[in-house]
Design a protein around this ligand. Structure first.
Ligand SMILES: C[S@@+](CC[C@H](N)C(=O)[O-])C[C@H]1O[C@@H](n2cnc3c(N)ncnc32)[C@H](O)[C@@H]1O
Length: 255
């Protein structure tokens, strides 16, 4: 009896506040990003009042990326980080924008080509849990606002560790836990009431933005995620709270 209950618990995971079978989650996440792909960039600017640009700039600044390096922008979506890395690594370097979702990849590729970013960027459809790259391949991996959507986060972190070169670093930019109580209350009201309304008005999709709010609440907090990174093998881990912990940037190294 106990075994049966444990088996059942291991077969399920969360999708926002709902409990779903593990095999179902990736399909449900795919529906969300197929649905929001075309309006993703404008919604990002509206929802964050443009602040996501500063969070991403900080991520680039902490990445230590240099000319000639090979970088993986995992769950790279519409390519904001890829575009910046492409300029830094130059023609001798390479950036791979990998994403599980072909709608997001298409929007990203079209946007980057419109900005004249070609040559040192490759696009790969891949699941973060099973990266199709050789061991010890990348100087740096970024995963920005993606990890909370991944079904098996520990497996994904181990996969990232495997494909990083020794000396390489992982940067995880993700929503996290606000560090001031009053900020949490305002943020809750904003996320659960305003966000779905904005989603409905701008992208005709309240449900996906309700999932966004719920998935943020279900994501591990700063210290838990740092522990998961260490468990996967990363060393010298640290994190920075951004905008009062609404977002955190975690960094860890493979030695
Ligand atoms: C919120 S978007 C973030 C896009 C971009 N990194 C940014 O910061 O603007 C999350 C992205 O993660 C992708 N994604 C979700 N689950 C994934 C997985 N298991 N493996 C790879 N990509 C995944 C989605 O398709 C989507 O493009």
């Amino acid at each position: 009896m106990t075994d049966t209950i444990q088996d059942k618990a291991q077969e399920t995971t969360h999708f926002g506040f709902s409990t779903v079978a593990k095999q179902e989650k990736a399909g449900k996440v795919a529906e969300v990003f197929h649905s929001v792909a075309a309006k993703y960039d404008i919604m990002n600017d509206l929802m964050s009042l443009g602040i996501h640009r500063a969070w991403k700039r900080f991520t680039i600044d902490c990445s230590g990326a240099r000319p000639g390096q090979r970088i993986l922008d995992l769950g790279g979506g519409t390519g904001d980080l890829t575009a910046k890395f492409s300029r830094i690594v130059g023609e001798k370097g390479q950036v791979i924008l990998a994403d599980i979702n072909d709608s997001m990849l298409k929007v990203g590729r079209a946007k980057l080509r419109d900005h004249g970013i070609v040559g040192n960027v490759a696009y790969v459809q891949a699941n973060a849990e099973e990266l199709p790259f050789p061991d010890n391949h990348f100087d740096c991996i970024t995963i920005s606002f993606c990890l909370r959507n991944v079904t098996d986060k520990d497996k994904a972190l181990r996969s990232m560790f495997r494909v990083l070169k020794p000396g390489g670093r992982l940067l995880v930019l993700e929503f996290s836990k606000p560090v001031f109580d009053p900020l949490s209350k305002v943020y809750d009201a904003y996320s659960f009431h305003l966000l779905p309304k904005m989603g409905e008005l701008v992208a005709d999709d309240a449900e996906s933005y309700r999932y966004l709010a719920e998935s943020i609440r279900m994501h591990p907090d700063q210290d838990t995620l740092e522990g998961m990174m260490q468990e996967a093998g990363f060393e010298h881990t640290q994190y920075y709270n951004l905008t009062g912990g609404i977002v955190a940037l975690h960094r860890g190294y493979k030695f």
